[in-house]
Write a protein that binds this ligand. Structure first.
Ligand code: CTP
Ligand code: ZN
Length: 149
């Protein structure tokens, strides 16, 4: 069987093991404006680990903590590979931090973070199923309640 592969990259980041339908969500999370290297987004590739998978390759970019945290929320299966001189120099499954700051919106319309200019803060009280507790109003959000900022 013939197989088409996306090119290897020289330097940068490869986000792998993304469920196929989440590939574009991951691309949306990332700040890709102004990158001059090759960016490849592929989806519906075959995978043993996640059924059909997506993969995102970004030449010349190392993800910020905010980007990595967002990916951990949206795509808990993802692996982040850092490539240097064509070699994988670091490979790690994404992990949720204990506290999530700034990147998630509180779903309680009356929360102070939605009324005033206050940075959101949540405790990850459970990873599976995901539960985030707002440090201001103490409401607990499930996965379906979560909106990224
Ligand atoms: N990769 C790349 N450019 C390179 C090296 C690797 O784009 N110069 C990509 C590979 O295509 C793969 C990912 O980075 O999608 C991780 O590479 P590697 O660890 O070699 O692949 P696997 O063994 O398949 O990874 P895993 O065990 O995590 O599934
Ligand atoms: Zn709140």
């Amino acid at each position: 069987m013939k197989e088409l592969k996306i090119s290897a990259i020289e330097n940068g980041t490869v986000i792998d093991h993304v469920p196929a339908e989440k590939a574009f969500d991951v691309a949306d999370i990332l700040d890709l404006d102004g990158i001059e290297n090759i960016i490849s987004i592929a989806t519906n590739l075959k995978s043993k680990k996640v059924g059909k998978k997506g993969i995102i390759k970004i030449g010349g970019k190392i993800l910020s903590k905010e980007e990595t945290d967002k990916i951990a929320i949206i795509v808990p299966t993802a692996t982040i590979n850092i490539i240097k001189n064509y070699r994988v120099i670091s490979k790690a499954k994404v992990r949720l931090p204990e506290r999530i700051e700034k990147i998630v919106k509180c779903f309680n319309p009356n929360c102070i973070t939605n009324k005033e200019n206050v940075v959101t803060k949540f405790m990850v009280i459970k990873e599976n199923p995901l539960r985030l507790r707002c440090e201001y109003c103490e409401r607990v959000m499930k996965r379906g309640d979560i909106r990224l900022i």
